[in-house]
Design a protein around this ligand. Structure first.
Ligand code: SAM
Length: 357
């Protein structure tokens, strides 16, 4: 396992050292941040080998992915999700690895939809043609599709699986036909790799009704060889697009929204920029992450998780799970992106493909 997992003491009738009882008050961490957003990774496997996320040299034929027995079942995920919603979570994002590689994912969506949270999914889009309608029918609310370039050679080089642009575009079209609107399209920008495609991507998605979002290349995990020189600051993305298609800023939809919004002055829609490196948004970060094998991570850049699965499989009731999660959140201090330095960037952090962004 590439990172540490801390065990959570189960509550017993006599044990005093377990998590304190959750008192029902709104949850806030040590910096006053509420818990609102839960990301659930449903698999650590992916059919792409994006060079900045799952480089083939590391995630090769010998790489040991998680065995089935160690990953949370749909029933376990749904039970935990119910506890999280009881603690104030309002948005749940399913991610991975590639979440649509998890068998029968719509069945999980169907179990989560009645919880009433804003339910969304991030996918590479490669199998959306097959799954979009079933996901919609199961109650999925929104969809984000990653697509780093519209240029065939650039995209195939970045996904390193020889996967064609056209199939992802077909997937997005199928999702739109199934009723998802607007679809968010994520483009991670890496200098010298796909930044020549920024304006082209803007041109393509303008007027489509979908929202293109540019993500700064981040130092997640320890395998992607991150260097600050590879980051194109969002300000540069906005400047380059604005020169071609004038833009103006838009107010955030809600406090803590990750993407900064800009709209085309000619009314052709909007774009978003996610500046996790150049304008860290730790101060409003309300996200908790549940890994495929049931560890809780309080930061995308965390070096250790909290083992919820052991508690779950050890027979903890919902009250005990609530107490444990509340204690983890209340102790949360993380603000990695605000204090990022060359030194912190070197630490052994959880991989993006494991935790899901
Ligand atoms: N497989 C799905 C997908 O492709 O969207 C979900 C998981 S993927 C890890 C989630 C998102 O994280 C994708 O949009 C991906 O491009 C982004 N991502 C991965 N590594 C990143 C990095 N180092 N910096 C910024 N974004 C990254």
């Amino acid at each position: 396992m590439p990172h540490k997992v801390i065990s959570i003491r189960p509550r017993t009738r006599t044990a005093g050292a377990a998590a304190p009882r959750y008192d029902g008050a709104p949850l806030a961490d040590t910096r006053g941040r509420p818990l609102r957003d839960l990301r659930i990774s449903v698999t650590d496997r992916c059919n792409f080998r994006c060079t900045y996320c799952m480089p083939r040299e590391v995630f090769d034929a010998d790489y040991k992915f998680l065995p089935h027995a160690s990953i949370l079942s749909f029933e376990e995920i749904a039970r935990l999700a119910g506890v999280f919603v009881g603690l104030g979570v309002r948005k749940i994002r399913l991610t991975g690895g590639e979440p649509l590689l998890r068998k029968d994912l719509p069945a999980l969506v169907k179990m989560l939809a009645p919880l009433g949270a804003d339910l969304t999914l991030t996918t590479n889009g490669s199998t959306l043609v097959k799954h979009a309608a079933a996901l919609k029918d199961a109650g999925l609310g929104r969809l984000t599709v990653s697509l780093d370039s519209l240029d065939e050679a650039t995209f195939r080089a970045m996904n390193d699986a020889d996967f064609p642009v056209e199939k992802v575009l077909d997937g997005i079209a199928a999702a739109a036909d199934a009723g998802f609107a607007p679809i968010k399209v994520n483009m991670v920008v890496k200098r010298g790799v796909n930044d020549h495609q920024i304006v082209e991507a803007a041109r393509h998605w303008r007027d489509s009704g979908h929202i293109l979002r540019f993500i700064e290349f981040m130092d997640v995990g320890s395998t992607n060889g991150w260097r600050m020189d590879d980051v194109i600051p969002s300000a540069e993305v906005v400047r380059r697009i604005g020169e071609a298609f004038p833009l103006e800023p838009v107010e955030p939809n809600y406090t803590g929204e990750v993407a900064e919004r800009w709209r085309y002055k000619d009314g052709a829609g909007e774009i978003g920029v996610i500046s996790s490196v150049t304008q860290a948004f730790c101060a409003s970060c309300n996200r908790l992450r549940l890994s495929t094998e049931g560890s809780l991570f309080t930061c995308l850049f965390a070096q250790q998780g909290h083992d919820l699965k052991a508690l779950l499989r050890g027979g903890a009731d919902d009250d005990a799970l609530r107490d444990a999660i509340a204690a983890v959140w209340r102790a949360r201090e993380d603000r990695y992106s605000e204090i990022r330095t060359a030194e912190t960037a070197k630490g052994r952090k959880v991989e993006m493909s494991y935790i899901g962004g």
